[in-house]
Ligand binder design. Structure first.
Ligand code: DX5
Ligand code: ZN
Length: 236
């Protein structure tokens, strides 16, 4: 099964962000997600240049020993030079920002030529992320070279920020744009998704929903993960 087919089979997928997980207990945090039925794990890579702070890099992605899809969100300036390192680390999905690439189309073409590290035939899902202030039209010419559009509902930088309500309108318009193109592009939303709004985000048409601090802050991560799956209609 290709990586894209696996992602499609999980829709609406809940992709759990590890930014506020207990990084010293990564193994047990991952098995907690697996046991809850989560299918995708989201890694926020920040370089302290495109974003105010730095986070993790390829060794962290490699350290994630899990059957979950590794959804790597690169918030880094000009990722072309380091893409191969994330692929070698076992990324299943790589999302780059339209705003951070000098030549975003070239970056997507480059990812498209890279074999998956574990299973060369499986392919890597190519995502393009858009900040809340970027017009949706910026990705229209890229649709043939991407498999996922990730709409940020917060400005990149930190977990735990407040969801920007205008995202709902962007989801509706992006959905229409993708449908008109006839392309198979998964629509994702990232940032500020909580127990309170996840059902509304799924109902608006998001097919991959990233949620981080709402799962890991506090002590009830397993309950939170199960709640999120239930709320998008994938509860078990
Ligand atoms: C924002 C990141 C998000 C964020 C998600 O820069 O891309 O993935 O960390 O975390 P929450 O769910 O806490 O907003
Ligand atoms: Zn993210």
């Amino acid at each position: 099964m290709t990586t894209l087919d696996r992602l499609l089979s999980l829709r609406p997928a809940v992709s759990v962000g590890l930014l506020t997980a207990d990084l010293l207990a990564l193994g047990s945090e991952l098995s907690l997600l697996e046991r809850a039925g989560i299918g995708v794990v989201h890694v926020d890579v920040m370089d302290g240049c495109f974003t105010p702070v730095m986070t993790v890099g390829p060794p962290f992605v490699k350290a994630l020993r899990t059957p979950l899809l590794k959804d790597v969100h690169l918030m880094i300036r000009d990722p072309l030079a380091t893409l191969g390192d994330y692929v070698a680390a076992g990324a299943d999905m790589i999302t780059v920002h339209q705003e951070s690439c000098t030549h975003v189309h070239r970056v997507l073409q480059a990812i498209g030529t890279m074999p998956h590290a574990v299973d060369p035939g499986r392919g890597i899902v190519r995502g393009v992320a858009l900040n809340p202030g970027t017009p949706l039209e910026a990705i229209e010419p890229l649709l043939p070279e991407m498999e996922m559009l990730l709409l940020l509902a917060v400005n990149p930088g930190w977990g735990g920020q407040k969801f920007i309500p205008a995202t709902f309108d962007r989801v509706a318009r992006a959905k229409a744009m993708i449908a008109a193109s006839g392309r198979q592009v998964v629509l994702g939303v990232d940032g500020g998704v909580t127990r309170q709004n996840i059902a509304a985000v799924a109902a608006a048409g998001a097919e991959l929903i990233v949620t981080g601090s709402a799962v890991f802050d506090g002590k009830a991560a397993a309950d939170n993960a199960a709640f999120m799956l239930e709320a998008v209609g994938r509860g078990g």
